[in-house]
Design a protein around this ligand. Structure first.
Ligand code: BYC
Length: 332
């Protein structure tokens, strides 16, 4: 897998590295955690800010397609569960913004970059959630893909990111189970309910595969990110693992994965499967997906309407700081 990766722009061989860069790489190779105030190459810092920031934005934007269903959940119990899940996602966003802040960027700066289109969030949240079965498919497939990607990130080289991922993964496992529980109920329900579950699987299968990023030959960051242990696996490795785990789960539900080419490959010990439509993926991440405008519009609206509250908090913090400074002067 490694051999297929394209060399990331600016990636240096050990001979090209400065002594500081070489010492840093050796620490990473020994699996030492890198902590906020320690020396790190600019590229390492930049890559982490991009990946953690993008991840944080995904958690926050990811609340939108599900938040939309809280008032329409079929029972009080389902409503409470979905509400808790969406709240967890807000929490994940906060841990991740905090981890990014340790690298010298503020949450406001990251949000402004998102709103001006200079930072991405996961492609998956640009697809609409049309029926209650979509809440099942999102939990099962989207959180399932997220876990597949995030469990290895618990071992990532940057300390604050790694520690945030440990907590996030615990909660993601519950999210995946709640999604699968909805799918079980629907798939074993009336023919109409089963049809809704199948339709949700049909619409979310390929977008879920896209969550792992472009295929290795088109992944511009993987080689450098893996050398720095920011990423622990290639995009294709994780996508393969996801398919191998998810296909038997679909079979258990009595649902059909919408891929006629899907077949078990004895030799490789995994499934052969169809690639997503990569041209669709690149359009979605350029901002041309079915819900991009709506999602960013909702974030922009929340940011603008929340300005008075942020200002209020800062005003209080400024006043408290001024009072402390006055008290110090008075004490002298
Ligand atoms: N969507 O060189 P590559 C969740 C971009 S949600 C959008 O392979 P990298 C959850 C990529 O940024 C899951 N953009 O990049 C929340 C790069 O563009 P830039 C969020 C994508 O970074 C609520 C370009 O394509 N999880 O957990 O090495 C409810 C080339 O790609 C995507 C994370 O963020 C995509 N799917 O690998 C439920 C996990 N894929 O930045 C669930 C942490 C690629 O150069 N992130 N791009 O302009 C990662 O592991 C990696 O960043 C990725 C991409 C595997 C996503």
């Amino acid at each position: 897998m490694y051999a297929q990766l394209v060399k990331s722009e600016g990636m240096k061989s050990p001979e090209e590295m400065s002594p500081e860069e070489r010492a840093f790489q050796e620490r990473v190779d020994r699996n030492e955690k890198i902590e906020p105030k320690e020396w790190m190459p600019d590229g390492y810092r930049k890559t982490l800010i991009r990946q953690i920031g993008q991840h944080a934005h995904s958690e926050i934007v990811g609340q939108l397609p599900e938040g939309n269903w809280i008032t329409r959940a079929p029972t009080l119990e389902r409503k409470a569960i979905l509400l808790a899940k969406v709240q967890d996602e807000a929490g994940h966003g906060l841990y991740l913004y905090s981890a990014a802040e340790t690298l010298g960027v503020t949450r406001d700066e990251l949000t402004e970059k998102l709103l001006s289109g200079n930072m991405k969030y996961s492609s998956i949240f640009n697809y609409p959630t049309l029926t209650w079965a979509d809440m099942g498919a999102v939990g099962w497939l989207v959180d399932g893909a997220a876990i597949m990607n995030q469990v290895p990130l618990q071992r990532t080289s940057y300390g604050p990111y790694s520690r945030a991922m440990i907590r996030i993964c615990k909660e993601e496992s519950f999210h995946q189970r709640q999604g699968y529980a909805i799918m079980m109920k629907m798939a074993k329900g009336t023919p109409e309910q089963k049809e809704m579950a199948q339709d949700a699987l049909n619409r979310f299968w390929f977008p879920a595969l896209m969550m792992f990023g472009p295929s290795d030959k088109d992944s511009v960051h993987s080689a450098q990110s893996m050398a720095w242990k920011i990423k622990m696996n290639t995009n294709d490795e994780l996508r393969q693992k996801f398919v191998d785990e998810t296909v038997p789960q679909a079979e258990y539900l009595g649902l059909t994965v919408p891929d006629e080419t899907l077949s078990w490959n004895e030799e490789k010990g995994g499934y052969d499967f169809a690639e997503p439509d990569w041209s669709e993926f690149f359009e979605v991440i350029k901002g041309n997906g079915p819900c991009n405008e709506e999602r960013l519009g909702a974030r922009r609206d929340a940011w603008e309407k929340g300005a008075w509250f942020r200002e209020g908090l800062t005003a209080y913090a400024d006043k408290a700081a001024a009072r402390r400074a006055n008290a110090l002067v008075a004490a002298e």
